[in-house]
Design a protein around this ligand. Structure first.
Ligand code: RIB
Ligand code: CA
Length: 322
């Protein structure tokens, strides 16, 4: 398959990354910071998810400093889901959330403003339809902002998120993907807010596997970023190798950033996606009407496939720039 080059004629897209680092979140952030022609990272908001908030806000700053970007504004957000106690994923990401490389504690400051207020203020102050939200973790911050300031919904350009699953079913329960499972009530608010939504579910992220040759290519960059990413995926892949027998770590969250840079690497359908919030058995399931068997109105572009070689070619080329 020939790889098209990313379009660079348009001005960079202004984004807020909402994240729970997490090794794959880290790679998504690095890819965004390595791509200033396509992406203008206005700020990064941390949420409780893979590990508690105290660690996700610290890890977000560690990653910015790894990229040499001490200037990026990082905000701490919600430390627990809307209606459930927090579920974390140290079994996948390690006790720090960034196990693998040895990275120094951050020196850059955490912003004083709460992440939810930062999201609201930014959407109100930037021109309508010019800011994209990129949630990479549970949707608690985004949903809380929408509840606190419903006027921001029509001002959102796009929501491009990692979460959910249909054909791949669950990775934290038999029915649900982690980000949606942790805060299904938040996901329901987001999926009903009316903003354009593009979803990167496990259906596509499980096709973005860091095989050994791909991880060797990261290591061969010979840079602190390339080495750190290789060490992150060396650690992060254990869970998926044991559970799925997969060929390497699935790079879930970088699919969001890669879509912003080169959307034609991905294919999907504009369909209805509803969130299960009532059933304990299927809490957090994304009920995706992929086959159009209901008359429920489409509310999301649900991505099902990726040109994996093109994805890794883009990722490796961009990481080499840091
Ligand atoms: O299920 C995978 C998702 O949950 C990824 O975003 C990972 O970082 C965790 O947040
Ligand atoms: Ca994440």
């Amino acid at each position: 398959m020939t790889h098209s080059s990313p379009t660079q004629s348009a001005p960079p897209r202004k984004i807020i990354i909402d994240t729970d680092p997490g090794q794959d979140d880290a790679v998504a952030i690095l890819l965004a910071l390595a791509s200033p022609q396509e992406i203008d990272v206005l700020g990064i908001t941390a949420v409780a998810g893979n590990v508690p908030l105290a660690l996700t806000q610290k890890n977000a700053r560690i990653v910015c400093e790894l990229a040499g970007r001490h200037d990026v504004k990082v905000y701490a957000g919600c430390d627990r889901p809307l209606a459930h106690s927090l579920v974390t994923a140290e079994h996948v990401h390690g006790e720090t959330g960034l196990n693998g490389p040895k990275l120094p504690d951050p020196t850059m400051p955490l912003q004083d403003q709460h992440a939810v207020d930062y999201i609201i203020d930014t959407l109100r102050s930037e021109a309508p339809g010019t800011v994209t939200l990129c949630p990479l973790g549970p949707l608690t911050n985004i949903a809380t902002a929408l509840q606190k300031a419903p006027d921001i919904a029509p001002r959102i350009q796009d929501i491009v998120l990692m979460g959910g699953a249909y054909f791949e079913v669950g990775n934290i329960t038999p029915a649900a993907e982690f980000n949606i499972y942790v805060d299904p009530e938040a996901a329901e608010i987001v999926f009903k807010c009316g903003a354009p939504i593009t979803v990167m579910p496990l259906d596509v992220t499980h096709k973005a596997l860091v095989t050994k040759p791909r991880n060797d290519a990261f290591r061969a960059l010979g840079t602190p970023v390339g080495t750190a990413v290789a060490q992150m995926t060396d650690f992060f892949e254990r869970f998926d190798r044991e559970k799925y027998g997969s060929e390497g770590a699935p790079l879930h969250d970088p699919c969001v950033t890669a879509w912003l840079i080169q959307p034609d690497l991905f294919t999907g359908r504009h369909i209805n996606v509803e969130i299960e919030t009532a059933s304990p058995l299927t809490r957090g399931m994304t009920v995706a009407d992929w086959w159009g068997v209901t008359d429920r109105a489409p509310n999301a572009t649900f991505i099902g496939d990726v040109d994996a070689d093109g994805f890794f070619a883009l990722l490796t080329e961009r990481l080499a720039r840091l």
